[in-house]
Write a protein that binds this ligand. Structure first.
Ligand SMILES: [Mn+2]
Length: 256
């Protein structure tokens, strides 16, 4: 036991960004012998249309993750809004356990709540409607029964739409809703919440009143997306810290 857990999200691994994959692989190498657990809190991949649609690059990620988990650290993958179709087959390849939104871990006497973060963006009503639809088992069953070509086309359209929406929606709508955050602290009786998704890395110190008691110190830690930098949070004891490091841009692209 090293007393150290790591958290990452929003790597958005994609063929067009070999620098992110390379940065991720060296992050795994640096940490494979010195942490107890790695939690990937969603959007490891830019897009995921089914475990049967993977190519060599996703296989390479899986074998690198398997190597990491075989060094002794527990590995957890949470679904994000882009890769929520990652299934047990791929998780098994990685040596990972799939976890879901609102996953609690004990940190001493306190609890830390993990989620991807999209469910906190309650002001974005269009997105929440879309999310509710695609998370139903009937939608997923129907989607996965389509050909890989059809699924890929759908995902591309959804990404284009999301890009358009992102440029037209206000910054405020795209961020978390404060009331939704407060309710989450209350509902799960936690002192810390850790999530990604919004691409606004920060440690927010706040005070949250629990039931009739006086306000207590609470923390919302937001992971960054991997773009120019790689981001991770580190938990030691009940202390969470946010770190970043530069991604180098000179890695060779994938050939497939
Ligand atoms: Mn996301």
């Amino acid at each position: 036991m090293f007393g150290r857990s790591l958290f990452i999200s929003d790597l958005h691994i994609d063929h067009s960004r070999p620098d992110i994959t390379a940065g991720f692989f060296s992050f795994l190498d640096r940490n494979k012998h010195n942490c107890d657990a790695l939690y990937i809190l969603g959007d490891l991949f830019e897009v995921w249309v089914g475990d049967d649609a993977i190519t060599n690059s996703e296989l390479e990620v899986a074998s690198k993750l398997r190597e990491f988990s075989e060094c002794g650290a527990s590995l957890f993958i949470m679904h994000g809004n882009r890769d929520f179709l990652i299934g047990s087959e791929y998780a098994e390849r990685c040596g990972a356990t799939i976890i879901y939104d609102h996953h609690l871990i004990n940190i001493g006497q306190e609890k830390l709540l993990l989620l991807h973060g999209d469910t906190l963006c309650t002001d974005d009503e269009d997105y929440q409607k879309f999310r509710a639809l695609v998370r139903t088992s009937s939608w997923q069953k129907d989607f996965l029964s389509k050909s890989i070509k059809e699924r890929t086309e759908f995902a591309e359209k959804a990404r284009d739409q999301s890009r358009q929406d992102t440029s037209s929606k206000s910054e405020l709508i795209m961020d978390v809703n404060h009331q939704a955050v407060v309710e989450l602290f209350h509902k799960h009786a936690v002192s810390k919440i850790l999530h990604g998704h919004t691409h606004r890395p920060a440690v927010h110190d706040l005070e949250v009143a629990r039931q009739a008691s006086t306000p207590q110190a609470a923390q919302r830690v937001v992971l960054g997306d991997w773009d120019k930098k790689g981001w991770f949070a580190e938990l030691t004891g009940n202390n969470v810290e946010l770190h970043s490091f530069k991604l180098s841009s000179n890695s060779a692209p994938y050939t497939n």
